[in-house]
Design a protein around this ligand. Structure first.
Ligand SMILES: [Ca+2]
Ligand SMILES: [Ca+2]
Ligand SMILES: [Ca+2]
Ligand SMILES: [Ca+2]
Length: 449
């Protein structure tokens, strides 16, 4: 439309201005725009002006229609610039326009892609080219794609491989400690455990068996550890291993009533002198020295707490040895008369009188002449103080035996027969017992004479 009008006007103008321009037209000015449609002018010598369109074209094959209509990748008033309309997998700014016909291409694609040329965007690298851009493995079956070695998974970038954190899922099936590593992971166990066959579960270490535990006394294995215990009478030290004896005596004297003696692993009670342990070996009970036979008391033993003492029966006194009772000499204040001898008894005494005397103190004369035997005198018996004597009534001379008289027809009297002195005749006895001294024994004889 515009061109015919322009042409018509030009012809008309030319004709009109030709007639009006008396001398000549000046030369055309340069075009106001180098592309995309400009104006050029020229002036007549008398001042008239004439203008025309010029440079009505666009670059890079784009058409001009009253202005430049640029392709998608071209920009600028003349489509001279390159514009990025977006190419998949293309790095920012890495593109250029050109080619024939004009197009746009990416000059640097993201892995695993490569530039495919003008108007073709980015395409996957083949596996035989730089491993297809894959970090690990490239497979080319129906489609080229990257895969990863075990323990890795493909990143969202489609080529790089990132480690799988196996520990994030069920702790990697580890019993205790899961440690992730590049391409793998491992299980481990805490102190006191050892990794079992299969490398996942943890087994307790029996420190008592392996000798790791250095218990002073007993070792008790526990899950994941061990503990030491001590024999009775010992306590575990703060080190948890060694045992020290408990000094039981430090607390309440060990419960001992009297003396507590600490010994290794135990203690023992003992008692003060005169006491003995009883009932669980803690209490002290008085020793009954009298009952147990410890005492040497000759007579009476008196027990008391912790001790004892001896006493004596009436008539005895305790000797300086504190055990022996001695007879009190009842003869001390006694004087037996007439040559008698005091014989000490228990709480009593007796006087052993000389022949012819009697009475408690031998103070009395014995009347030997009493009784039928008249002291053995054949005829007359004369009592004297302390003795007696025989006489004969007709004053016949007493025989030399002191008893018989010189009658005719001498007879044997009982005293001569038994060869004893006949001075101790009891009164009124028809049968008489004689005590005969024969050594230390006494023998009793009787006679019916
Ligand atoms: Ca891993
Ligand atoms: Ca253990
Ligand atoms: Ca002890
Ligand atoms: Ca006692």
């Amino acid at each position: 439309m515009r061109a015919p009008i322009f042409l018509l006007l030009g012809v008309m103008g030319l004709g009109a201005w030709t007639s009006a321009c008396r001398i000549a037209w000046g030369s055309w000015s340069s075009c106001s725009r180098s592309c995309g449609g400009g104006k050029k002018t020229r002036t007549c010598d008398w001042g008239g002006t004439q203008s025309e369109s010029c440079n009505e074209f666009c670059y890079n094959g784009n058409s001009y229609n009253g202005g430049c209509r640029c392709s998608a990748w071209r920009t600028g008033s003349c489509c001279e610039g390159c514009r990025y309309p977006g190419i998949a997998k293309c790095k920012p700014g890495k593109y250029e326009c050109g080619g024939s016909p004009d197009g746009i291409r990416c000059t640097d694609c993201y892995l695993p892609y490569k530039p495919a040329g003008f108007n073709k965007g980015c395409v996957r690298k083949p596996c035989n080219e730089n491993n297809g851009g894959c970090s690990h493995l490239c497979t080319a079956e129906r489609l080229t794609r990257c895969t990863c070695r075990a323990g890795y998974q493909l990143s969202s970038d489609e080529y790089s491989c990132i480690d799988i954190n196996e520990c994030a899922t069920h702790n990697g099936q580890c019993d205790q400690i899961c440690t992730n590593s590049l391409g793998s992971y491992s299980c481990s166990c805490g102190p006191g455990f050892v990794l079992a066959y299969g490398s996942r579960s943890c087994n307790d270490i029996d420190e008592c068996l392996t000798g790791t535990a250095r218990c002073g006394h007993q070792c008790v294995n526990t899950n994941g550890s061990f503990k030491c215990t001590c024999d009775s009478g010992y306590r575990l030290n703060p080190d948890g291993l060694t045992c020290d004896d408990i000094d039981e005596c430090k607390i309440g004297n060990g419960g001992c009533a009297h003396v507590c003696e600490n010994i290794a692993g135990s203690y023992k009670c003992s008692c003060d002198t005169g006491y003995a342990l009883h009932d669980g070996a803690h209490l002290c009970k008085d020793i009954d020295e009298c009952d147990s036979g410890v005492s040497a008391c000759s007579q009476i033993c008196m027990n008391s707490n912790g001790t004892y003492h001896c006493e004596c029966e009436a008539g005895f006194y305790l000797d300086n040895d504190t055990v022996t009772c001695k007879n009190i000499n009842d003869c001390n204040a006694v004087v037996c008369e007439n040559g008698g001898e005091c014989v000490d008894g228990v709480e009593q005494y007796s006087c052993e009188c000389q022949p012819g005397f009697s009475g408690k103190l031998c103070q009395d004369d014995v009347n030997e002449c009493e009784g039928v035997f008249k002291a053995g005198c054949e005829d007359i018996c004369v009592n004297t103080f302390g003795s007696y004597l025989c006489q004969c009534r007709d004053n016949v001379t007493l025989k030399s035996d002191g008893f018989s008289c010189s009658y005719d027809g001498e007879r044997e009297d009982v005293f001569t027969r038994y060869s004893i002195g006949g001075r101790l005749l009891p009164k009124g006895c028809s049968k008489v017992a004689f005590r005969l001294e024969s050594g230390t024994e006494s023998t009793f004889w009787s006679t019916s004479d």
